[in-house]
Design a protein around this ligand. Structure first.
Ligand code: SF4
Length: 222
């Protein structure tokens, strides 16, 4: 998932034990950075952005290449150690309806970690996921009950353009979008346009597709 400007603001960490983050136990995660006190960029209120290492895609214009490849230089967290670190801003979260936004990389690769984190932080923190949705359906099923808001980087609804851009098929994206719609959660989703000009035209068509499928609500007439 593209997490805009993340490379400029994240604090990077050092030393870990798993070179391949996808091979880690499900309740562990390599985190490439934590950014506090974000306002109106990753969800409501004051948010802390937590960026996971690891992504199933290889976008041609990836803004966070540090989330791909070798994870050795990044710190490994458990849900508890992450909670202990980010709870310093709990008062801000509660006062502003903010919370934690999980990005990356692809946070939807770590559903067990996020489920456990929700158990620790309780219901008063908002949890937002910045995701491409290109993950197995069971990951999204596990995340639906614990994630409040979804920022979905659809990239493009055209399968060929999507493959050219990411190197992967977009069929899982479409089926996961339907899953979110069938769960009645489409009002909790945002679909930002990607920053690469070459894709804006195609993505505008993609938003039209989402509207036609009632995957996102029709905007009010002006
Ligand atoms: S989804 Fe694409 S842009 Fe985002 S981290 Fe993965 S490869 Fe990079």
């Amino acid at each position: 998932m593209q997490t805009a400007l993340i490379s400029n603001i994240l604090i990077n960490f050092a030393i870990g034990s798993y070179a391949d983050s996808t091979a880690m136990p499900p309740d562990r995660a390599k985190i490439i950075g934590i950014s506090r006190h974000r306002l109106s960029t990753d969800g409501d209120g004051v948010t802390t952005l937590v960026a996971f290492h690891g992504c199933p895609l290889r976008c041609r214009y990836c803004l966070n290449p540090q989330s791909l490849g070798d994870s050795d230089r990044f710190k490994e967290y458990t849900p508890q150690s992450l909670y202990d670190e980010v709870r310093i801003d709990e008062l801000y979260f509660i006062a502003t309806n903010g919370g934690v936004t999980f990005g990356g990389g692809e946070p939807a690769l770590r559903p067990d970690f996020i489920q456990r984190f929700r158990e620790l932080c309780g219901p008063s923190w908002g949890l937002t996921l910045e995701t491409s949705l290109n993950v197995p359906q069971e990951n999204i099923e596990a995340l639906l009950p614990v994630v409040d808001s979804w920022i979905i980087d659809i990239k493009d609804m055209d399968a060929d353009i999507y493959r050219q851009y990411t190197g992967k098929d977009n069929s899982r994206v479409l089926s996961n979008l339907r899953l979110i719609a069938e769960a009645g959660r489409q009002k909790d989703g945002k679909f930002p346009l990607p920053p690469q000009p070459a894709y804006i035209t195609a993505t505008a068509g993609g938003v039209g597709y989402l509207l036609s499928q009632t995957i996102i609500p029709t905007p009010p007439a002006r």
